[in-house]
Design a protein around this ligand. Sequence first.
Ligand code: PRX
Length: 651
Amino acid sequence: MSPKIESHLQEERVFSPDPEFSAQARISSLAQYKKLYRQSIQQPDVFWSKEASELAWRKPWSQVLDWKAPFAKWFVGAKLNVAENCVDRHARSHRRNKAAIIFEGEPGDQRVITYAQLEREVNRFANVLEKQGVKAKDRVLIYMPMIPEAAIAMLACARIGAVHSVVFGGFSADSIVDRLEDSGASLIVTADGGWRRGKIVPLKENVDAALEKYSHVRKVIVFRRCGQPVSMTPDRDLWWHEEVEQVKSSHKAKAFDSEHPLFILYTSGSTGKPKGILHTSGGYLTGTYTTFKYIFDIREEDVYWCTADVGWITGHSYIVYGPLANGATQVMYEGAPNHPDFGRFWKIIEQHGVSIFYTAPTAIRAFIKAGDHYPANHDLSSLRLLGSVGEPINPEAWMWYHKHIGGKRCPIVDTWWQTETGAIMLTPLPGCTPTKPGTVTLPFFGVDAAIFDENGKECAPNEGGKLVIRQPWPSMARSIYGDKARYQKTYWSDYKGIYTAGDGARRDQDGNFWIVGRIDDVLNVSGHRLGTAEVESSLVAHPAVAEAAVVGRPDDLKGQAVVCFVTLKESHQPSDDLLQALRQHVGKSIGAIAKPDDLYFAPALPKTRSGKIMRRLLKELVTHGKITGNVTTLDDVNVIANLAACMKSTT
Ligand code: PRX
């Protein structure tokens, strides 16, 4: 049995919700949360049917859950149309002329789409898809920039029961080929291009290159976003604007079974081919609707903004399905956070009066690196709530977010979840949960989370282990597309009938969860197992550091030596003194065991396109001196050469 993951970093700063915020919140006291949480775990059927009944169903369910681990069916026998819930329901209510999407393109162009307009656009595109022969359960690949048409295409698929598979617009032609082959999609929705840092991302060109290698796509529908010339293959390629002109803006939506497939979203496995995570309709919609409502405590007058891309699960659940099912108004932004400079996000918040802002630690650290003056130049007083997702947020990054963006008044919801969980699982509720920087706090309603040791025994408080979920939940993945065996093996084979997330975590004496990093990344130093998050957070707490990645390198004496890669704030320069100071700093804040053996100053860290640090590559680099593994998910390949150079110059 391997020893437990240790925890050395203590966080004492506690932030309780502002009484004014609590007074108007849906869940306004910890006692209220605890009571409802207990009920939701003891009687999940009661909790989830109450929530689900706030949505529009065409046929009621005969049973809430049919659970044959690891395969779940939620709202058995019920029928609904997901798009109708996200669009028509509001377009036929007092929200008819309410803004659904406030769009800002990277060049500065703006559009506001009301729910009534969204309904017409979705209907039109649903008619276009049907005209092109798309039927229920057919797979449609969507490869779009961050423009409203991406959401419209997704909703149009949902409306006709087709299964969308969104591929992030930053992925290459080869990634498209892999996803086409796995999903068997026969129609692609794309655009001529999208704007990113002032340049056009050649989406159509990438699709053309992909289709040279994969010949089963019948039609490609192309939205004109940038206007540059693109080649159009006769009989295969169609212009979006020409097609929507030829169809009606009304469309009769059919009802689909609650377990009808809604989408496939590919997530990179640590090795091997990407996994097509399959989500279905009724349970997924109930999960995203309910979490969005309580966690962002959404109000009619809120302007919500999630900076994720629709190509990730965050974009699916908290740009498209969750917010729209709630009838929210949201900002959608096409481009880069630093175009034309690092003030862009803050300018958007000021201009559109954003009240809820949801972003990722990687973005926060990039802003910290760039300097405090960017947010300081803008009026951010419209904000009332902040969110974080995607990676552990280092406590000092949390403090910066709290102070410089939240003006010390906004609660921060640090939300833990995964592509596979579909919806947020661990999170504060903004009106009731006292939080400490770095903890994702408590489980959401109906989420039976725990920390297990290798033998499947629940760990004692503050003992590190594997994060598991013991009961099924409505938005859980149903399978890996076409590979039930892989689904079972990847997530359900560590402990019988229990979901393993692949993350290391601990739970403190108050029940708060602390994510310490991916299990695969855990360091083993002289028999002590250390999560990457704590060592990295210790480094980020030093005033010179913006970002850090920590990996193990084989060491004869210690098993593994601690190797750190550090990115400095713009205002600091690498030096030997700083190197020694950082080693001492980690030794002091965590203990001698974690003191870096090697420390390199890196201009940038290798990241996935969704902004997660790729420790796997760093580990390879420090172990073998080069990287031979798969780098297709790497955001910027130049980073590797720079890392090799920085390793030479710092040693
Ligand atoms: O390791 C956890 C980390 O991101 C993983 C899930 O990644 P993905 O499927 O791409 O979904 C990202 C958006 C939900 C998790 O296994 N992660 C996500 N949120 C957090 C996090 N780690 C720590 N704190 C979080 N809030």
